[in-house]
Design a protein around this ligand. Structure first.
Ligand code: PAF
Length: 284
């Protein structure tokens, strides 16, 4: 059977026109991405296709979420390959705007979710979540998304965006999707492509330390200060440079000393020059 034609939309005006026309009669599912798609993104697309009638995927490497010292210029890009993958999945629309379309020269408005954006990744990436909230507010407006599908690997991002959508009265709802992992457990990420063979092996320490946290919790440890050194030791034995190991309440993301099944363990670790994140709850 002939595949459904995928439409690439470059202009904001055109995307708004298409999505406003569709939104009256169909539920719109939206998957925001920065491209360089992997199985994790594709699983979000498949979930969107299960739950909604029209699926829009955006590909936009958002400059406002990168600090000047970060990897914006080198962020991996592969538009042709991404397009092929989305065509194979029979996605309806790919929104692929230019930077000038999203941020014209006279652009002035930013959305900042206070407090949650300063925790965890916000400590070392102070402007990151302001950029994410700003671009996602624009994207859900442009795509008229009913549901936005996001992976739990970026757990803090989801919590912040849910707050933003609530606070600004957007009707878009986030569907939280499970982390997709490589066979050995490494969480899929576009940034994994930066890792050398040796670093790729060492990067597994993030997943292993989350499993270790679960194991020690199941053996009865209920204090973060007792658990943390075990994770630190495992990560450092793999040459990981720890940005943070946090045990947090899953709603507020504030750190907690007392541990419960739903407590979220969140990690950010540099392996070589590559900063990786991962997270898990302490028990299902
Ligand atoms: O998770 C990402 O890839 C980005 O932060 C997002 C949500 C596409 C915004 O640029």
């Amino acid at each position: 059977m002939k595949k459904k034609e995928l439409q690439v939309v470059n202009s904001v005006e055109e995307m708004i026109e298409i999505s406003s026309t569709l939104s009256g009669s169909s539920k719109i599912g939206f998957v925001p991405t920065m491209g360089y798609l992997h199985e994790g993104h594709l699983s979000l697309v498949k979930e969107a296709q299960k739950q909604t009638e029209i699926v829009i995927v955006s590909i936009f490497v958002n400059p406002t979420q990168f600090a000047p010292t970060e990897d914006l210029a080198n962020y991996p890009r592969s538009f042709e390959r991404d397009l092929k993958l989305l065509e194979e999945l029979e996605v309806d629309y790919v929104f692929f705007p230019t930077e000038a379309q999203m941020y014209p020269a006279d652009y002035k408005t930013y959305v900042n979710v206070e407090e949650i954006g300063t925790l965890l990744c916000g400590k070392t990436r102070p402007i990151h979540f302001r950029g994410v909230s700003t671009v996602v507010a624009k994207l859900v407006n442009i795509t008229r998304a009913d549901f936005m599908f996001m992976g739990k690997k970026d757990f803090q991002q989801i919590v912040i965006l849910e707050q933003m959508l609530r606070d600004l009265n957007f009707s878009t709802k986030i569907i939280r999707c499970d982390i997709v992992r490589e066979k050995d457990g490494l969480a899929m990420s576009s940034r994994n492509s930066y890792l050398s063979t040796d670093e790729r092996r060492k990067a597994l320490c993030l997943y292993q330390s989350l499993l270790l946290a679960r194991k020690l919790f199941s053996e009865g440890i209920r204090k973060a200060s007792v658990l943390k050194p075990h994770l630190k030791e495992l990560i450092e034995a793999n040459d990981g440079i720890i940005d943070y190991i946090e045990f947090a309440d899953p709603s507020s993301l504030l750190s907690t000393e007392d541990l419960f099944s739903e407590t979220r363990v969140l990690l950010a670790v540099k392996i070589g020059k590559t900063r990786l994140i991962d997270n898990m709850n302490l028990a299902e």
